[in-house]
Design a protein around this ligand. Structure first.
Ligand SMILES: Cc1ncc(COP(=O)(O)O)c(C=O)c1O
Length: 352
């Protein structure tokens, strides 16, 4: 089975496992784990911020960020399919008492005017309200914010007195795709999440970066949310290994996703290769009149697992662990399962 559901299916390589086995460890919640401390130092530098905090998941990093940036009753403004709005179990409302306002975006991106419009029409725009920007944007198909456009929206948010959290769970994909250092995006936001368990080979782990003062406050959140760990260096070692060895190779995942998109589009599937900027390909099976769950089952019966990008649209993801050969097989199997013939297929169609 070729698993293209999500880049979270990434697994540690033997070299990463060796680095984990050799890690020096200590009590992380006492700030005594040297490997965690080193990862936090590296992550802060990478993201153009003063400090960073190691956490088990990106969801926890996002939720702690929202908690420290806001007060109950404030607004959280984000593009309507942003992860914090739809995949974090209502956390911003539950944990931080935020009122969530989702706005339609283009490729997952908000425009400055949309923030100004909210400011005009919201009597409840408290000073400690927050805008969450996601880069890459998961549900838009791993789309990348051009850094200038990102800077313009952040500047507008600042004008309006809003805090800015960057959910950069896949910021390293964005950075590689745009050839922009992660710090160029990271330094503009108040807080930044980066996740290591997406396409980078790590079993788990994320960081939250921000000013020294904010990260000190985030330590409180780490205890409050139950994310203060003990000998966590064994996992932080995987993240350090990934930063050294698995970031530049993300370009290979992007190239493979592009090849997948071109192959699927050439086979006649509703896929737009021009929208494939990183490691996700969207297949709009809804437009073919095929139910997404049924499409996934049919594709699975051909030996390929695919996921869901948004309603009616499948996600086909590449990551560390997916080879050119896997892509070649998927380009044949997916059209066959959906009843269209891949033109690059040379053998006679199999009886079904
Ligand atoms: C954009 C984005 N943010 C946050 C998360 C949450 O990550 P985690 O599973 O580590 O909590 C995800 C997970 O897929 C994501 O896609």
């Amino acid at each position: 089975m070729i698993d293209l559901r999500s880049d979270t299916a990434t697994k540690p390589t033997s070299e990463m496992r060796a680095a984990m086995a050799a890690a020096e460890v200590g009590d992380e919640q006492q700030r005594e784990d040297p490997t965690v401390n080193e990862l936090q130092r590296r992550a802060a530098e990478l993201l153009g911020q003063e400090a960073a905090l190691f956490l088990p998941t990106a969801t926890m990093a996002n939720q702690i960020a929202l908690k420290i940036l806001t007060r109950p009753g404030c607004l959280l403004i984000a593009e309507e399919r942003t992860h914090v709005l739809i995949y974090e179990a209502g956390g911003p409302a539950v944990h931080s008492g935020l009122v969530m306002r989702g706005l339609p975006g283009v490729a997952g991106r908000l425009a400055p005017e949309q923030l100004r419009e909210i400011a005009k029409t919201s009597e409840d725009l408290e000073p400690a309200s927050v805008v969450v920007l996601e880069n890459t944007h998961r549900s838009a198909g791993g789309r990348v914010w051009p850094v200038d456009e990102f800077a313009r929206v952040v500047a507008t948010a600042r004008d309006l007195g809003l805090a800015v959290h960057l959910d950069g769970a896949r910021l390293l994909n964005a950075s590689v795709a745009a050839s922009v250092p992660p710090a160029e995006y990271g330094r503009l936001a108040d807080t930044v999440t980066v996740c290591f368990s997406k396409g980078l080979g790590c079993p788990l782990g994320a960081v939250l970066a921000g000013s020294a003062e904010r990260i000190e406050a985030a330590w409180q959140g780490k205890f409050l949310f139950g994310g203060a760990m003990r000998q966590a260096g064994i996992v932080a070692a995987a993240a350090l290994y990934a930063l050294d060895h698995h970031v530049e190779r993300l370009a290979e995942d992007h190239r493979r996703a592009r090849r997948l998109a071109e192959g699927l589009a050439a086979a006649g599937l509703p896929v737009d290769p021009n929208t494939v900027e990183t490691n996700f390909v969207g297949v709009d099976v809804g437009s073919m009149g095929i139910d997404a769950a049924e499409a996934r089952e049919r594709i699975a019966s051909e030996g390929v697992l695919v996921g869901a990008l948004r309603p009616g649209v499948l996600r086909v993801a590449t990551y560390l662990g997916i080879s050119d050969e896997d892509v070649g097989r998927a380009v044949e199997a997916i059209p066959r399962a959906l009843g269209v013939q891949s033109p690059i297929r040379t053998a006679a169609p199999r009886a079904r």
